[in-house]
Unconditional design. Sequence first.
Length: 702
Amino acid sequence: MALIGTLRNKMGTWVVIFVFVAIAAFILNDIFSGKSSIMNWGRNSVGEIGGKEITYEDYQSVIREREANYYLNFGREPGEREMPSIRQQAWDLLIARNAIEAQYAKVGVEVTQDEVWDMVQGKNVDQNVKMAFTDPATGQFDPNKVVSYLNQLKSMPEGSEPRVRWELFQRDLKPGRERIKYENLLIKSAYVTSAEAEREYHQQNDVAEVKYLYVPFFAVSDSAVTVTDDALKAYYNKNVEKFKTEESRDMKYVSIPVVASGSDSLSVKEDLARDVNEFRTSSDDSVYAAKASDSKAAFATYNASNLPAFISVDSLVQGKVIGPFLDGQVYKVVKVSKVFNDTTYSARAKHILIKWADESDASKKEAKAKAQGILKDIKGGANFGAKAAEFGTDGTKNAGGDLGWFSSGQMVKPFQDAVFAASKTGLLNDIVETQFGYHIISVTDTKTNRAYKLAIIEREIVPSDATLNEAFRKAEAFTSDLSGIADFEQRAKAQGLIVQDAKNVGAGDRRIGTLGEARQVVQWLFREGEIGKISQVFDLQEQNVVAVMTGEIKKGYKPLEFVKAEITPAVRNELKGKVIVDKLNAAKGTLEEMATAFGTDANVYTSSDLKLNSNSLPTVGFDPQAVGVAFSLENGKRSKPLAGENGVVIIELQNKTTAPAITDFSMYKSQLEQGVLNRNSAGIADAIKESSNIVDKRYKFF
C-alpha cells in the first residue's frame, strides 16, 4: 500500500484508479483463464495413490529429488530426453511411499536406526556398501575403510557433494530393507506340502501311450456357422477378466508435411554465396567456419582415405574456395585451408581374394594355383572387374574388387606392404598371401601422404517463416468448420490427405503411430478430447497434425462392442467345435474308421511318451484339457470328443506307466517352492498397486 500512497501523492488520483483497474483486469483474466489458484482448487492434483491425493507440488518435489540424483550420478542436469524417465521414476517412488510402504505398518514391519547402522558398519552390511568398499586388488571388503570414509565426511561442509551423495544413499537403505522384510514375510508364507511334491513327481515322470483322432477347426468352413450377438455376449461374460484395461482413447489424424520451398533453397544458397568472399579472405578459417556453419564439425584434417564424398582430390588447391554447392538437403562451401605432407600414407587398390577351403597344405596349394591362373588370364588381357565378379570371395566382388582408399594400418601388413611398395599404378606382378587367402592386386592410386585441412560451412535447407506460416494456414484451413468424424474423413479425402488410426492411446503415452514424439496430442486427447471433437493444429517438428477423437474406454473392462472383432474367431471356433463334436458322436468303430467317416481333415496320431506336465499333443499343439483327460482314462478306454484350443480330439489310452514309488520328494518340493517364491516376489508390488486404486492424471501437466 506504500506504493499506492506514493503514486497518489506524486501523480494524482487518476493514476491510482488506472493501477487498480489494471490489477483487477489481471486478476479477472487469471481467474477466467483457469490458471488462478483461487479458481484452481481441486485442479492441482496429478493423481491419487492409496486414497491420498498427490498434488502437483508433491510430484515436483520428488522430481527434484530424482534430478538431484541424476546430477550426482552423471555430473550434469538431465535434458529433455531424460525428463520423461525421471518423471516416471518420481511417480513410481510416490507409489512406493504411499501404497507399498503403507502396508509395512499393517504387518508390523519396521527397520530401526540400529539396523541401519548395522547395514553400514555392523555384521549385516548392505551389498552396495560392500561393493563400494571392496579392495579391487584382493576382492575383500574392508570395514575399516567405511569407518574412515564416514569420519572424512564429518569434516566436510554440509551441502558438499560427497555428503549429499552419502545422505541420499543412506536415506534409501531403510525403505529398501523394509521392502525386503515385507516381501520375505509374504514369500515365506508360501508352503508346499509333501502331497503336492509327490504329485509333481508323477506329473514329470508318469508316461502315457496314446492314440488320438484330431479334427482341426478349419475342417468346418466359416460360412457353416453363424456367430450371433448372444454367443458373443456369453463368451464375453465368461472371459470378462481377459478384457481388464486402463483408460484409453482412440483417434484419427492427418499429417500435413512442412517442406522447404524452392525459394527457401534459393535463399539459403544466396545467403551462403554472400559469405564466400569474406570466407576466401579470412585469416582464421576454423573460427570463421565454426561461426558460420550449422555443423559442429566445421574444421578437420583429411587425407585421401577419409575425404568427404562431395570433394574430389583434384580440386584441392590451398586457398581455394569451392561452392556453394548442394549436397542432399545441405548447401556447402569448402575452403582448402592447408595442403601438407602428413606422416600417414594412403593408397587405393582393387583385389580378387581366393580363399583356401581349409588349413591343409593341399588346400592352400590348390587356392594358390587358382589365383595364379586368374592372374595369368588378367595379364593376358582379361578384364579385372569381370574376373573379380566371377572368382572373388569377399564383399568387393560385385564392385570390381574395389577396396577404395585405405590408410596405414587399415589392411593386414603383407597386403599393405605390397600396395605401398608399388611405384606405379596397375596390376602387381605376383599374387600376395595373407591370413585371408591369396590376393590378385591392382593398384589404382599409389601411396601418398598428402593431407588437407578443410574448413566447411554447411547450411541446411529449412522452411522459412513464410513457408511455415503457409503450411500452418493450410492446416488451419483444413480444420475450418469441421464437425465430427465423418466430416473429418470426407475433407481429408477431398484434399488428398491420408487418415491414420491411433487405437488404445494411454494417458502416459508419448508416441503415436507414425508421428513419433507427440505428447501434446496425447495431452489434448485426455484434457479436452470428446468423441467427434476436432483438435487444434499441432506443430510437430516437420509436420502439422490435426486429430479427431473417435473412441474412449474407461478404466475397468473393455465394453463388448470394443472386443467383438477380437473374440469373434474364438466364438466361431466354439461353434465349429460343436459341429465337429456332433458329427464325431454320430460316427462308430475304431478311431481310424471314425476319421474315414468324417473326411480328409480328420487324422489319427500316436504318442508313446506323453507326460502330464507337457500340456500339449504332437500336431494338435497346446491342449492341457486333452492331456489331463488322457491320464484320467483306464488302459484301452476312449474319451468323448473334446473341443480344445485348435480343434476337437478323441483320445484312446493304450497304456499308462506310473513312475516307481520313491520316498524322497525333496527335489520336487524345492522346484515347486522356487516357482511359488518367484511368482510371489514378482506379484507382490503389482497386487498392492492394483488394490491401491491408483489414478494417474499427470497428463494434465506433462
